[in-house]
Structures are given as C-alpha cells and as structure tokens.
Design a protein around this ligand. Sequence first.
Ligand SMILES: [Zn+2]
Length: 291
Amino acid sequence: MFSEEVLDALSRTPALYGAALVLGALLGSFASVCVYRIPKGKSIVSPPSHCYGCNRPIRWFDNVPILSYLLLGGKCRSCGARYSPRYLLVEVGLALLSLATYHFCVELLHPFDPTPLKLARFAVYLLFELCLVVIALIDLDHMRIPDRITYPAIPFFFGVGLLLRDRPWTDGLIGIAVGYGVVRLISDGYYFLTRREGLGYGDGKLLAIVGGLLGWRAVVMSLFGGSLFGSVIGIAVVAWRRRKRTGDDAEQPSLRHVELPFGPFLVLAALMYLFLQDTLSVALRAFIPVI
Ligand SMILES: [Zn+2]
C-alpha cells in the first residue's frame, strides 16, 4: 500500500514530471484530431488517424507525438504529403502546459492539501486546458464554437469542480450564469443597436465552462483580459494589413472590418487566470473589498 508520505515523495520525482510532459504531448496529438474532426461531425475515436494525402493509416511508430513529426520532417512516410507545423506546435504547447500545470498543482497551489487531491486537481485542470485549447483552435479555423463540446463540458467541469471543493458550489453556479448571461446580454444588445452580429453565444458557453470550474471571478477576469488581448492583437492585424495595402486605392481596412474570433483571447485570459487565481483574487479584494 502507498502511504501518504510515499505518494507525496513520488509525486515530486522527475519520473512523474516526465510522465506529465508525455501525457501533455499525447493530449496535444489528440487535440489536433478533435480540432479536425469535431467541426465535420465525425467521431473522434474511430477510424484511427490516416494520412489526408494517401488515406493510408498512420502506423503507431509514425504517430508518436513530437518525435515522429521531427523524424519525418512533418511529412507522410508513404506519400510525402506535408503536415502543418501546427500539429507540432500544439503537441509541444500542451506538453509544456501540462508540465507547468503539474508543478503548479503539486508544489504551488494549496501546498498543504493531501497529495491525492493535488493529483486529482492536476487531472481536472489538464482536461480543462485540453478542452479550452480545442475550442480556441476550432474558433480560429471556423469562427464558431461547437455546442458538441460546450454542452457536455459545462456540467462536466462544474461537477468535477464540486469534487475538488476549492470554492463554494454557488460560486460555480453563479459563474455559469454570469458567463452565459453577460455575453448574451452584450450580444443581444449589440445586435439590437447595430443589427450586426458581434459577440457569439458560443463565447458565452465557453465562459460558462470557465465559470463552472473556476467561479465567477474567472469569468470577469477572462472577459476583461480577453477584450484587452483582442484589442491589442486586432489593432496589430489592422496595422499589418494597412501596411500591405499601401498605394492601393481600395478601402483601407479598419478595426470595424476585421473579423477576429474572440474565443482564443478568452481562452488565453482564462488559462492565465487559472495559474494566477490566488494572486488575482487577493489583488481584486484589495481594490473592491466585496469581491
Ligand atoms: Zn500519405
């Protein structure tokens, strides 16, 4: 039997940090499958991965995250079709995110919690990150956030959040209501005033996932941070497009004409909140004591 001390010592070994890294890379590979298949309404488990060029199944030794991409130079072994470097980026990104999350859960956040609870929190956070990364990439590709992910994810992450007991259950419930409600209010208000679609309901469902797990403060901070990141990147995109079109008589692009998905910015802000939750709630309380 594992005693508490053994498990605690084991959780700090390089072997388990390595396992977190490998697990993240595997989830990164799975994330790309989800991003490709979910918008098409296809199953995410079958058939096994196959090359989009020659349709041949990708053998297990050519399907090792990160390593296979590097060894084969991002090409299919059979037909030489090129795979987007985004596959590699997502695998490396989730591997590093998983490693950071593991260290955060085991050493930094609530250091006096029992080890099994810390490991459970890591598992929940990692699944949450996988879900958010998939949503961000689908929104980037298709400018929409599929209900097929958000509808099951909202109750799932609210439920596992209850098991972690990190915050009162009302906090998550208010988080869901605020996340969906505020976006719906802004979205309907904007449409009423301008007859143009601004914020989508999908963004509200995404914020409901965030609020259900991390509470309503996470929703407020994600909306705030997401708007900030979105504005900065939006202005940069407009400036870049203007520069490309100098000397052209065509209408200059302005911020109103650039359509950027909001989801990736919300996800970026929500992930930052996850790591800064303690620091940010202390800072928030210093400014607004009732929060
Ligand atoms: Zn091929």
